[in-house]
Write a protein that binds this ligand. Structure first.
Ligand SMILES: Cc1cc2nc3c(=O)[nH]c(=O)nc-3n(C[C@H](O)[C@H](O)[C@H](O)COP(=O)(O)OP(=O)(O)OC[C@H]3O[C@@H](n4cnc5c(N)ncnc54)[C@H](O)[C@@H]3O)c2cc1C
Length: 332
């Protein structure tokens, strides 16, 4: 059996609250489309697809899970799990975990932390950032997405996290999920570390960036903190978001929430326009999921130019200003 931990959107989510997070919808799709292998059975076997939701289970989430093909929802809710606690939440998942098959989550910070705890408690082997699975085992991202590793897990039960955007969420014929409610009581030990207060800072909201269809990237090539006018205007014209390199955030030109890459957000827009960005491996790790990449750079040898689908060689201030001007002219 496969059990997927599903994260529910909080009140700060762009689309309102209570829905299934995009990356969880991806993980459920990954589980559904690979059920036979994850269950450890043959392609002919397919046991029910089960998910676990901790905290409030809204009608919206239930409906979404039905459209994602979920057969059973473990709804885990009690005062002890209202606040996030890795140990208490992991134990709650362990209590509903199968004895053989797979326990999994999407590779978000919370998914990663929880699955590590779950694997330790179950004595199971774990693979993080998985992007594909077949009879020969898992393919997973390593080195910040710069390389892939193949590995096989042994044991009746395995634990994994699915890398963000490893697959697109796919609806199927809606099911009528059975809902099993659980009210766990956590031990004092498990509650020693828990969230006691959450502060949401506007500047830390990266959801606009990670979900944007178009991202305009800006690197050191913009020149200074005052050099972002053209790229911001372009992002605005295209209804997109601004993403920046680490140099830009390290220099204090833009907030960290806008950073893209290994230590920033991973994005998968339809189009990524990298302006004045060299394409270092750590930056590439965050943008390689883009469907199409356009580089604007003065250096035709820059890695980003070499790897992009299209490149414009020139000063970004001139090139982007010209693009903005043309968009404005055509929209008049
Ligand atoms: C552990 C670790 C984690 C890291 N994590 C990240 C991360 O998450 N994200 C990230 O981005 N980096 C990360 N880095 C840093 C990374 O290695 C690079 O240093 C960084 O990405 C470079 O940023 P850049 O491309 O803006 O600057 P540069 O490498 O300096 O490149 C600037 C580019 O702009 C071009 N240029 C200059 N002037 C113009 C102009 N007027 N018009 C057009 N083009 C111009 C240049 O030709 C050059 O290609 C990390 C590094 C480490 C060690």
């Amino acid at each position: 059996m496969t059990l997927v931990f599903v994260e529910i959107e909080g009140p700060d989510a762009p689309s309102g609250s209570g829905g299934v997070q995009l990356t969880s919808a991806e993980a459920v799709t990954f589980a559904r489309t690979n059920t036979a292998i994850l269950d450890g059975g043959s392609a002919a076997d397919s046991s029910p697809l089960e998910v676990a939701v901790i905290g409030a289970l809204t009608d919206e989430a239930r409906d979404r899970l039905a459209h994602l093909g979920v057969d059973r929802i473990h709804h885990i809710d009690s005062p002890d799990v209202h606040a996030y606690s890795a140990a208490a939440w992991a134990q709650a998942l362990v209590d509903v975990a199968p004895t053989h098959g797979t326990v999994m989550a999407s590779g978000t910070p919370r998914g990663m932390e929880l699955m590590a705890h779950v694997a330790a408690r179950l004595g199971a082997r774990m693979a993080a950032n998985v992007v594909a699975v077949d009879e020969d085992g898992f393919l997973r991202q390593v080195l910040g997405g710069a390389a892939f590793e193949r590995l096989k897990l042994t044991g009746a039960l395995q634990v994994l996290t699915v890398a963000g955007h490893a697959c697109d969420p796919e609806d199927t014929a809606p099911t009528e999920p059975e809902i099993l409610t659980h009210s766990p009581e956590a031990s004092a030990d498990d509650l020693r570390t828990r969230v006691v207060r959450t502060e949401v800072e506007e500047a830390d909201d990266t959801s606009g960036l990670t979900q944007a269809k178009v991202v305009v990237g800006a690197g050191r090539g913009v020149g200074s903190a005052d050099g972002f006018a053209e790229v911001l205007e372009l992002a605005d014209h295209l209804g997109g978001a601004l993403g920046v390199s680490r140099v830009v955030t390290s220099l204090g030109w833009r907030p960290h929430a806008e950073q893209v890459g290994q230590t920033g957000s991973r994005i998968s827009p339809d189009v990524y326009i990298a302006c004045g960005i060299s394409g270092a491996i750590q930056h590439w790790a965050g943008v390689q999921g883009a469907k199409s990449i356009i580089a604007i750079n003065t250096d035709e040898e820059a890695t980003m130019v070499q790897r992009a689908d299209y490149a414009i060689i020139g000063d970004l201030h001139e090139v982007v200003a010209a693009i903005n001007e043309e968009i404005t002219r055509r929209r008049r």
